[in-house]
Design a protein around this ligand. Structure first.
Ligand SMILES: Cc1ncc(COP(=O)(O)O)c(C=O)c1O
Length: 460
């Protein structure tokens, strides 16, 4: 890949290096302290038991000296890799000046807004920083839609993940996150997302995309559908936690048309798929559409500094001052790193790299799909890749245990990945966008080896 020479300087090119099967003794000690003192709800360190010492580009070193290829990026946050020197420089400079200003402006804040406006569609004229997490951005987007329409319902899609706070949780489908919580916000209703591999409609697979969109039209135009006219339709432009489900442009386009026709606010949640992850700055660009509101977070803070934002159309800018407030509404270090990252992405052809390398990864993953009896389907767009595991290719019975085994053994062999999907059966890969072809191919090779061992009953 054209940018490999430049990007190679950012990572340990000789990764992975596993000196001792993780978790090594130092990691074990720290993990034991965590288990004894932190909440029982801790989860990532159970799937990938290790204690982290240092990150470098698309690689991570644990406290025992093992070096991993990071194909997880802290759930998509570290798009520019760990410790990117040019971005760090800006963050270091910011920390010596002013770090917290509520929403009082500063040159750094202005730079962040200007950098964002450079990459956003011109129709999205307004930017609002409503809190540090992705969930905060979702809450603010829904609030803005409700305030402007005077309606309170929201339509979301099955398999959606929008966050863990009140409204965002109500819009998140995974029942494991709702256990013991009782009823969620009223007015939220779900429709099937165009998940072709597990076709929810029983129609020919090639019709799933249009069927999913027309289903929205049907419930909105049928007064007996039981759906009230909502304030907003919210969707992930590529569904992430639901299993990296990639809609066809026609689905996004038709949903856009339907929202316009019914005067409903269309919200694209780009918290995971945005900021270059799919090879375009925003995943909705693959459908050549512009939503009314876009949510952003994760990679927006440049190097994992917490920040989130929404951007929206001018006509929605009706909020009176102070209608929605909050203490952490923009962090100067995150702004400095975030704007540096946005500029670096554009100056160094990062989108082109992510798109091109994504295609190469998909060629390799397709070989795996064709050769393995337990890989149901592989999916990918840019650096958002997935392997859906099944017990049987004919029945497509989901194999959640296989996906977890991939995570476990890939980690032991020096590759970090995540598990997701409707049935917990999707191995999800979200490498930093600056990963080199060589590291990406090594990572995929290791994963393919693990899958072969699972298939042969040699990895349990
Ligand atoms: C699409 C999407 N929306 C919202 C969120 C919530 O973000 P946060 O975990 O920062 O609250 C996530 C997190 O994974 C996400 O993937």
């Amino acid at each position: 890949m054209k940018q490999d020479k430049l990007f190679a300087k950012l990572s340990h090119v000789d990764a992975p290096q596993i000196k001792i099967t993780p978790p090594g003794p130092k990691s074990q000690e720290i993990l034991a302290y965590q288990a004894a003192n932190e909440s029982s709800v801790i989860s990532y360190s159970k799937g990938m038991p290790m204690a982290m010492a240092k990150g470098k580009g698309a690689t991570i070193e644990d406290v025992d000296g093992n070096i991993y290829i990071d194909m997880f990026s802290g759930a998509g946050v570290m798009a520019m890799g760990h410790g990117h020197p040019d971005i760090l420089k800006e963050a270091h400079a910011a920390i010596d000046n002013v770090t917290h200003t509520l929403d009082i402006p500063s040159p750094i804040r202005q730079k962040m807004v200007a950098s964002l406006k450079k990459v956003l569609p011109k129709e999205l004229t307004r930017v609002f920083f409503g809190g540090p997490t992705g969930s905060d951005a979702v809450e603010q987007a829904i609030k803005l839609a409700k305030y402007n329409t005077g309606r309170h319902g929201v339509i979301a899609f099955e398999g959606a993940y929008h966050g863990m706070t009140g409204m965002a949780l109500a819009l998140t489908c995974d029942s494991s996150h709702r256990q013991g919580l009782g009823p969620q916000f009223p007015g939220v209703q779900f429709l099937p997302y165009p998940y072709e591999y597990r076709n929810p409609f029983g129609c020919p697979d090639e019709n799933v995309q249009i069927q999913a969109a027309e289903n929205l039209e049907r419930v909105l135009s049928d007064s007996h559908s039981g759906f009230e006219k909502p304030a907003a339709v919210i969707l992930e432009s590529v569904q992430g936690e639901g299993g990296t489900i990639i809609p066809a442009p026609v689905f996004l386009q038709r949903v856009r048309e339907i929202c316009t026709k019914h005067d409903i606010v269309m919200i694209c949640d780009e918290i995971q798929a945005g900021i270059g992850r799919t090879g375009k700055m925003f995943a909705f660009e693959h459908g050549d559409i512009v939503p009314d509101i876009v949510t952003m977070s994760k990679a927006l803070g440049g190097l994992g500094f917490p920040i989130s934002a929404i951007a929206y159309r001018e006509e929605l800018n009706t909020w009176p001052a102070g209608l929605t407030i909050g203490t952490f509404r923009g962090n100067m270090i995150a702004f400095a790193a975030g704007s540096a990252a946005l500029e670096w992405i554009q100056d160094n052809d990062v989108l082109e790299h992510a798109a091109g390398l994504g295609e190469k990864c998909m060629e390799k993953l397709k070989e795996l799909e064709n050769s393995s009896s337990i890989v149901g389907q592989v999916r990918g767009l840019g650096m958002m890749l997935a392997i859906e595991m099944v017990k049987d290719k004919e029945t497509r019975e989901p194999a959640g245990d296989f996906a977890k085994l991939i995570r476990k053994h890939a980690h032991q062999r020096g590759v970090m990945i995540e598990v997701g999907g409707h049935h917990g059966n999707v191995a999800r890969l979200l490498p930093p966008l600056i990963i080199t072809e060589d590291l990406a191919m090594k990572g995929l090779e290791i994963i393919a080896g693990v899958i072969k061992d699972i298939e042969d009953g040699k990895a349990s």
